[in-house]
Design a protein around this ligand. Structure first.
Ligand code: E4P
Length: 257
């Protein structure tokens, strides 16, 4: 006969094990998994060498470009071919920005881009005409990325225009003395309350702290310049720790001889 004291001991443990089992089932369920945010990392560059290295890294799932990044590349290069090579190399997401500032011009440019790069996301500036174009493209189920977003009210408007992505610029806010962390946190909080579908891209990232702030705030994606991406992988204790491991291993091998 099991005594009451034995039951008293076993029961909480059984509950604990059941809770773990329940947790695993729930979190492994594909439908539930949809609600778990894992911040993706994109690279913010138009340089094919950098793209090749990022593709080899294996954890970069997309690329964002803009006219300024393209202007840093060889001016004799065929831009369309460059963007196609970038996409072929890294796969996943590619944002290509329009130059037009009028609704009709943006829509025309978007159609042209999609003719030669059907998987492109059309990057549109956060202006009234841009949002009008974004609404129209959303009706046609064309993916859009509303860029140059600096405030929660701009982000709300972009989400209501049906933007697939909303790019919130961090570094440029900090440059003018506005806390990018606070702005991004507020936008993410609004997203939680309003349950907007648009995905938040933390852009204009200048240092690893911006990546951490973006993940902590709940951004869906951080688009990171190549240099900052590599910088974010480093730590002096990792370097010295690895040096020590390798030196000790070499010492052990030498002692064996
Ligand atoms: C990305 O979509 C933006 O174009 C980019 O992050 C801007 O970064 P910058 O402010 O460093 O130019």
């Amino acid at each position: 006969m099991i005594q009451y004291s034995t039951l008293h001991f076993i029961f909480p443990h059984c509950i604990y094990i059941l809770k773990i089992g329940f947790y695993c089932v729930i979190y492994k369920h594909p439908l539930i998994h949809l609600y778990i945010i894992i911040m993706e990392l994109y690279v913010d560059t138009a340089n094919i060498e950098q793209i090749r290295h990022c593709a080899a890294l294996g954890f970069v799932s997309g690329v964002t470009t803009n006219p300024s990044l393209l202007a840093q590349e060889d001016p004799t290069i065929d831009v369309k071919q460059l963007l196609l090579d970038i996409h072929k190399t890294i796969g996943g997401h590619i944002s290509i920005e329009v130059i037009s500032t009028k609704k009709e011009g943006i829509i025309k440019e978007a159609s042209e881009i999609l003719e030669w790069c059907p998987e492109a996301t059309i990057k549109i500036p956060m202006i009234a005409e841009g949002l009008a174009a974004c609404s129209e493209l959303a009706k046609r189920e064309i993916p859009t990325n509303v860029t140059l977003v600096f405030s929660p009210s701009q982000a709300i408007a972009a989400a209501n225009a049906g933007a697939t992505y909303v790019s919130v610029f961090l570094g440029r806010l900090d440059d003018i003395g506005v806390s990018s962390r606070e702005v991004l946190e507020q936008i993410c909080e609004i997203w939680d309350v309003q349950q907007y579908d648009s995905l938040i891209i933390a852009a204009s990232i200048r240092h690893p702290m911006h990546i951490i702030d973006s993940a902590a705030a709940g951004a869906h994606i951080a688009t990171i310049p190549y240099k900052v991406l590599l910088q974010s992988l480093e730590h002096p204790l990792t370097t010295s720790g690895l040096d020590r491991f390798l030196a000790d291993n070499a010492k052990r091998l030498a002692a064996k001889k």
